[in-house]
Design a protein. Structure first.
Lengths: 197, 197
């Protein structure tokens, strides 16, 4: 009904996370209607990103240069490496502006059920980086899920012989969180880790 | 943090309906990770659509040819024109496969508050098409909103002198709809238009 070109575009767009077939169809209609202001610039920016984006060989971040601008930034503190599962988490931490060290992206979590073992992740390189003399702390900023925590345990064991402090993110009540909507695990963790006001 | 190319792409993608800044960022991460299987084909399909998609000069549909394949299809019933507000509605009706006539897209609804008058819509052409001898019915398939119904009234008056039947979509209980979730207006319309079982 809408021509094979449009149908193929809708199918391809609906593969993006957050877009189903219905919203992909709406998006394509808007793209066609706003060809000059929306569609053509989008094509150009996609092409530009496809041409320029590289994976940082040091930390695993996406950037237009390799090593990435974070790894090259002389103002970052090279003594602390923050280990994250995914580039999305790295970006989230950067938005918080609370961390001034450098990162290491594992590219996933260990998951024996899904057949993801240590060799499938960027872990050997982390061990190698941790041995550098300037590194004093490794922060394991992994998800508070079963896979996240078992990956954190594995990493802590793997880095055991190296002279670095290994730490993890604090658990507790999220800012803005209402107590009666929180699960019992978080509440009991927040209670155990209570601090004088 | 993610390089200017990536940030610009996220901003452009988040202009699509259904994608906010957060989901656009997720989508861009997936695009970069699946460059070969997702990003490059998407660029190609967008470019193809940008090059080929035309607006049908007869009905207003989007297609790779003008007149569109619906207007050219010899199997469509040329005696009935279904008037819709938007190409999205035309596609929705085509998916229902319940209509075998031809279409007319007005490109919007009359809205005095937003300054949209009859000359801003594709209405003169509809009057012209309705005068063709073969046309016997005009179906006004417009939204059941205030603007939709006032546009339907305007069109009915405008086409008054022409020898065609003017009809509108039936109102009633949507299939699968539960009565106690329906608004009173729909319920009373469904009751008034009740039919013997």
């Amino acid at each position: 009904m809408a021509g094979p070109d449009i149908e193929a575009l809708i199918r391809q767009l609906s593969k993006l996370p957050g877009l189903g077939p219905r919203s992909a169809r709406r998006a394509v209609l808007v793209l066609i209607k706003k060809k000059e202001s929306l569609m053509l610039p989008l094509i150009q920016l996609l092409q530009q990103a496809a041409d320029s984006v590289k994976i940082c060989g040091t930390c695993g971040n996406f950037d237009s240069q390799n090593p990435c601008s974070l790894c090259l930034d002389p103002k970052r503190d090279r003594s602390t490496i923050c280990v994250v599962e995914d580039v999305a988490d790295l970006w989230a931490l950067e938005r918080s502006a609370a961390f001034r060290g450098i990162y290491h992206v594992t590219g996933g979590l260990l998951s024996p059920l899904d057949g993801v073992g240590p060799d499938d992740l960027n872990i050997a390189e982390l061990a190698h980086r941790s041995e550098a003399k300037e590194v004093t702390e490794i922060i394991l900023a992994l998800s508070a899920t079963v896979d996240g925590q078992s990956t954190a345990h594995y990493l802590a064991e793997r880095l055991d012989g190296i002279d670095v402090t290994i730490s993890g993110l604090a658990h507790g009540v999220p800012l803005g969180g209402e107590l009666d909507y929180l699960d019992e695990g978080t509440l009991s963790a927040a209670l155990k880790a209570r601090r004088p006001v």
